[in-house]
Design a protein around this ligand. Structure first.
Ligand SMILES: Cc1cc2nc3c(=O)[nH]c(=O)nc-3n(C[C@H](O)[C@H](O)[C@H](O)COP(=O)(O)OP(=O)(O)OC[C@H]3O[C@@H](n4cnc5c(N)ncnc54)[C@H](O)[C@@H]3O)c2cc1C
Length: 366
């Protein structure tokens, strides 16, 4: 039995049914499949990502080949801008962003130093730049104008309280390429994510039960193995306390014009309470006289009120997670997987890769 019909649970269910030829039940408390990558077409035939914008990108040939069995793809290069000092500049911060904010002579000096130190077309983390003496000013500037405000809003804490790994995920790109990601494969499933998930579940050996909460099931001991992709602390009834998460409140608005903004995503690091505005028709290049955007407001996760989105990465929370994890170490009939089961932020490709790994190590060869 698999708890959770998100990407992680579905990959494992698909493998069990299609390669081991064994029956599998997959339950989800929500009324739909696909977990957080669920999407649907609205009345204007614009595909909306209900739980926030999802752009698929990967360098993994294995993940790309695996998912390509279930979908065709629409090439898509994610474009993001940030409102800084009243202008929308490209993100990740690159030479074009630099040119929009600094006088020409200063830009040339910075460009030369950056290319000399890191080479052209490299992605350098803000953490690395902050450590470089010559580029310290630029690093501080990006940190202040692009990172701090966004981070404080996103996590509801000061950056100093955050695990340094978050800083290392903020890149500066030493080129004029305005694509947000640099991965080899960047695309959106042609029919949307939910259609891809439907195809993955399309096997009579897979039974899907929606609006079915694991907590309310009474016959769970009849299953050979349980793969649990819900929150690990909830599984153990929060006996050591709750693992913190950040949540998001989405305000979806339809505007009666063809486009609202220049690209899919505009970040607002310093102004307004929301962190970003996403315009959905860009993902699949959908045509409509109207357009839909979402305003994204980060907030605290409250059980039963909103959804757990982002695990909060710090050593205290990791230690609490490990305590929960140790409860299951002598019990190999329950496997914790996915974003909530492993209390770890996974991009979609990482979630797939990890699910394939769990399947081959802990299920197929167990
Ligand atoms: C706002 C946001 C934007 C993102 N954007 C991107 C992006 O652009 N690109 C990218 O690669 N990745 C992105 N991701 C990451 C992506 O969403 C995840 O990699 C993916 O959804 C992980 O899937 P999962 O199956 O582990 O978790 P989920 O999708 O959360 O699935 C878990 C499922 O378990 C169910 N469940 C939990 N407890 C129970 C229970 N007790 N009983 C029954 N069911 C239960 C839940 O209802 C849920 O459907 C984003 C994530 C967020 C939060």
């Amino acid at each position: 039995m698999i708890v959770g019909c998100g990407l992680t649970g579905v990959v494992i269910a698909e493998r069990i049914a299609n390669t081991l030829k064994k029956p599998v039940l997959i339950v989800d408390r929500r009324a739909h499949i696909a977990g957080n990558i669920y999407d649907y077409k609205n009345k204007d035939f614009i595909t909306i990502h209900k739980y926030g914008p999802h752009a698929f990108h990967t360098n993994s040939q294995k993940v790309w080949d695996y998912l390509s069995q279930f979908t065709k793809w629409e090439p898509y290069f994610h474009k993001v801008e940030a409102m800084v000092d009243g202008q929308n500049i490209p993100l990740p911060f690159n030479f074009n962003s630099l040119n929009m904010l600094f006088p020409k002579a200063i830009c040339e000096e910075f460009e030369e130093k950056i290319i000399k130190e890191y080479g052209y077309s490299r992605s350098v983390s803000i953490l690395e730049l902050l450590e470089s003496k010559e580029l310290n000013f630029l690093a501080e500037y990006i940190y202040e104008k692009v990172f701090v405000g966004y981070t404080v809003k996103q996590w509801g804490i000061e950056p100093s309280e955050l695990d340094r790994s978050v800083l290392s995920r903020v890149p500066f790109v030493s080129s004029r390429n305005n694509c947000y990601f640099q991965d080899k494969y960047q695309a959106i499933p042609s029919g949307g994510y939910t259609k891809m998930i439907e195809k993955m579940l399309d096997n009579p050996l897979i039974e899907v039960r929606l609006e079915c909460d694991y907590k309310k099931l009474t016959d769970t001991n009849k299953y050979e193995k349980i793969i649990y992709t819900g929150m690990i602390d909830e599984f153990y009834e929060f006996k050591f306390g709750a693992l913190p998460y950040r949540s998001l409140d989405f305000d979806f608005v339809t505007y009666g014009s063809e486009f609202f903004q220049r690209c899919t995503q505009v970040n607002y690091p310093n102004n307004f309470d929301f962190t970003r505005i996403t315009e959905y028709k860009y993902f699949l290049k959908e045509k409509s006289a109207n357009t839909v955007v979402s305003y994204e407001y980060p907030c605290e996760f409250k059980l039963g009120i909103n959804d757990p989105y982002y695990p909060v990465p710090n050593s205290k929370n990791q230690a609490l997670y490990e305590r929960y994890r140790s409860l299951g170490k002598d019990n190999d009939s329950v496997i914790f997987a996915g974003r909530l089961g492993e209390y770890k932020y996974y991009n979609m490709d990482q979630a797939v890769e990890r699910a394939l790994e769990i399947f081959s190590k802990d299920i197929a060869n167990a």
